[in-house]
Design a protein around this ligand. Structure first.
Ligand SMILES: Cc1cc2nc3c(=O)[nH]c(=O)nc-3n(C[C@H](O)[C@H](O)[C@H](O)COP(=O)(O)OP(=O)(O)OC[C@H]3O[C@@H](n4cnc5c(N)ncnc54)[C@H](O)[C@@H]3O)c2cc1C
Length: 309
């Protein structure tokens, strides 16, 4: 706590324009709508501010938590006693250009750009390759960290490089081939590296075909997923050789509830907040689901959603 007080003081001195929030309810920043307050949050708008934030945190040995759109996150009811950094301002911008070498279309996106905006921008420029991303409610930084994917596409596929800040606030670039992407994982998954920008190379496409594919995927999502309730998407990773939702359904757990948390009646892979769910409700529900699935099918489920406590 003392270190966070000192950090707040230093940030106010060194970066007077930087937006700082104290005791900010995390339920406002997560798609689950769950979570108590974060003691200190910084919302840097540009590179200078974010470098100051990372460097001052490092100087005081404070490990920041980098928040994207909070769509794969469950935050404790008592909140987070640490320091949260959320990119905003110029990190929400997208730039279109063509590669000088081969004339291929490129999109440079800030780490806080939402995937919905990224795929809509690709459509605007008549570019194909990001149709799958439209319905994923994450940011570019969160999606790269998690190697988000859907309907046969993954964010790593069109990625050329990632730019970010290491723990010392130094800028570093990684080629996509250096990011060690696998199923919902990358070298960034362990934390400690803040993704501030990414470059995607796309292909020119037929805009009506691109739009038709995006519309079709949106319909599929609405039909299959409980988008009417707050959630963090798929609660569990896909166990090798199985589908988590099918196993949970097979165990008769659709609709199973603890407090305000429920295994979705529409899609057993989702845990939804039916109103007033707490983090404790969700974690208790997850434990019981894991126990029942293990006992009845012999398969161990692992949570995909990250827990911040
Ligand atoms: C309705 C719904 C549907 C979903 N469908 C899908 C789907 O089809 N496919 C899929 O893969 N996922 C899906 N998800 C899950 C989620 O959208 C993805 O995992 C997404 O990539 C998370 O991005 P985020 O910005 O919300 O990250 P957050 O939830 O904010 O954070 C997730 C992780 O990324 C890290 N992180 C975030 N931003 C940065 C950054 N700039 N630099 C470094 N680290 C960062 C965080 O520290 C954390 O470890 C769905 C979620 C919901 C609610």
């Amino acid at each position: 706590m003392e270190r966070l007080e000192e950090l707040k003081k230093r940030l106010k001195e060194r970066s007077p324009e930087l937006e700082l929030r104290e005791r900010e309810p995390m339920s406002r920043y997560t798609t689950f709508r769950i979570g108590g307050p974060a003691v200190l949050m910084a919302l840097p708008r540009n590179m200078e501010q974010v470098q100051t934030v990372v460097r001052e945190a490092k100087a005081l040995e404070v490990e920041p938590f980098f928040l994207g759109n909070g769509s794969n996150l469950l935050v404790a009811d008592k909140g987070y006693s640490g320091f949260v950094v959320k990119l905003t301002g110029e990190f929400e911008e997208i730039c279109f250009e063509t590669a000088p070498k081969n004339g291929k279309p490129l999109l440079t996106a800030g780490g806080a750009v939402l995937l919905s905006k990224l795929s809509q921008t690709a459509l605007h420029w008549e570019l194909t390759g990001l149709e799958f991303a439209q319905g994923i409610p994450g940011s570019v930084g969160g999606a790269i960290t998690m190697n988000a994917g859907a309907y046969g596409g993954e964010i790593s596929q069109n990625l050329i490089w990632v730019c970010g800040l290491d723990r010392n606030g130094e800028e570093q670039n990684f080629r996509a081939s250096e990011c060690d992407f696998s199923y919902r994982k990358s070298i960034f998954s362990g934390g400690g590296f803040l993704i501030v920008e990414a470059l995607f190379q796309l292909e020119p496409g037929d805009p009506s075909a691109i739009k038709a594919r995006m519309d079709q995927l949106a319909v599929q999502r609405r039909e299959k997923q409980p988008l009417e309730y707050p959630s963090a998407g798929s609660m569990f990773k896909r166990p090798p050789g199985y589908f988590a939702a099918a196993l949970i359904d097979q165990c008769g757990l659709k609709g199973f509830s603890v407090g305000g948390a429920q295994v979705s009646e529409k899609h057993a892979g989702f845990v939804v907040n039916r109103g007033g769910a707490t983090c404790a409700d969700v974690l208790e529900l997850v434990d019981q689901v894991k126990e029942r699935v293990l006992a009845q099918t012999g398969v161990e489920l692992e949570m995909e959603v990250k827990v911040l406590k």
